[in-house]
Ligand binder design. Structure first.
Ligand SMILES: [Ca+2]
Length: 383
């Protein structure tokens, strides 16, 4: 199985040095636009747009994953979107499972025309941590669908992201709902790429506490360095994090509605839903499955489902207890840690920086309306 290779792990100083180079590349790329064009592109493209005459091109970067499966099936049930590629990455479960799961999902939806390209098997610099306790040993709630007949394409995730974005500069929205390893690797391999991506909608992060540590949300915890690269890339980001995704849960009546649907997508979603709810009850995992990833995807279908607020978001990569935390500033200067008494600095960056924004964070959601949209699209009974 061909997949993106593990990068040599830099130490912290080397990592930050590399990222500064990437940031500079992104700034230089952006400077090709006039100031007016740049700000217009941010304002228009960073707000998810409802459908227009032609479908919106997207690439889904994903670690299926129960809620990833719902996001993929929602995208493939939505004519407003043209899914150019699906790029699995290790996260909820290892790539050895997320890759065949993505292939299973395009088969279920009858969309094997969509290329599925293998991504990174490990984070940029850390050992992989997974969440099979939530997603089942197979990553799809323990349904154990048959092995896919479809094969991944020969390109890697990084290669296909670069090729498709470069073929349609300014047109391809990235929907990233797993650890951001593939996206960071693509950006680091091509300093012009960030300036060609109009918007990156991601599920990840939180400005109200984490879910795998008190500080960090799972996707950013698994690969904080990748999140750091993405948030310093200059790409306009829409962050759909735990602040809203915790509020959207798949309950028994949703599972029943999906099971009653007459199409293969609805039936498969119903099986995943039932199996996952059953696993939660069996293992004592609290609550119901949260529909994190389809909510991020759904902001492209109906931007009014969430309330967005501008922040400057940076990612903690140095904290022993807080790595992967998304730290959001809403007006104040961006203040780093106090200098050490010795005069030494961790990376020489502890001067305050003026406030600026780089991310629209979803801070509220109409959960009931989102669940109606999700179940309605998958059953084909509503839009
Ligand atoms: Ca995911």
């Amino acid at each position: 199985m061909k997949s993106d290779h593990k990068l040599p792990a830099p130490n912290r100083r080397e990592f930050l040095g590399d990222s500064a180079g990437l940031l500079l590349g992104g700034v230089l790329g952006s400077s090709l636009l006039s100031a007016g064009e740049s700000s217009a592109a941010f304002g228009a493209a960073n707000m998810p747009q409802a459908s227009s005459a032609s479908p919106r091109r997207i690439i889904i970067d994903t670690d299926p994953g129960v809620d990833d499966a719902f996001a993929i099936l929602l995208a493939l049930s939505s004519p407003e979107l043209k899914v150019e590629a699906i790029t699995p990455v290790s996260g909820n479960v290892p790539l050895e499972l997320t890759l065949p799961n993505a292939l299973r999902l395009v088969e279920i939806a009858g969309r094997t025309d969509i290329p599925v390209a293998a991504g990174a098997s490990v984070p940029l610099t850390r050992r992989l941590i997974t969440a099979s306790y939530v997603h089942g040993e197979d990553g799809l709630g323990g349904v154990n669908f048959p092995p896919p007949k479809t094969k991944p394409v020969s390109e890697t995730a990084t290669e296909i992201i670069r090729r498709i974005v470069r073929a349609h500069p300014g047109e391809v929205t990235i929907v990233a709902v797993g650890p951001l390893t593939n996206i960071a690797t693509a950006l680091r391999s091509d300093s012009e790429l960030a300036s060609m991506i109009p918007s990156l909608v991601l599920m990840g992060g939180s400005i109200s506490g984490g879910n795998i540590t008190p500080a960090a949300e799972f996707n950013f915890y698994v690969d904080p360095e990748a999140a750091y690269v993405v948030f310093h890339s200059g790409i306009p980001i829409v962050m759909v994090g735990l602040d809203v995704t915790r509020k959207v849960q798949l309950r028994d009546d949703d599972a029943a509605a999906l099971e009653a649907g007459g199409n293969p997508v609805s039936k498969a979603a119903g099986r995943i839903a039932r199996s996952t709810i059953a696993q939660y009850r069996r293992t004592g995992f609290p609550g119901f499955p949260m529909m994190h990833d389809p909510l991020a995807l759904a902001t492209l279908l109906d931007p009014t489902l969430v309330k967005l607020k501008d922040f400057y978001v940076n990612i903690e990569i140095e904290g022993e207890l807080t790595s992967g935390e998304s730290v959001a500033y809403d007006h104040a200067p961006v203040r780093h840690s106090a200098p050490l008494e010795s005069g030494a600095t961790i990376d020489g960056r502890n001067a305050d920086e003026p406030f600026r924004t780089n991310t629209k964070v979803a801070v509220d959601v109409d959960a009931a309306r989102f669940m109606r949209l999700l179940v309605g699209r998958l059953t084909g009974r509503a839009s």
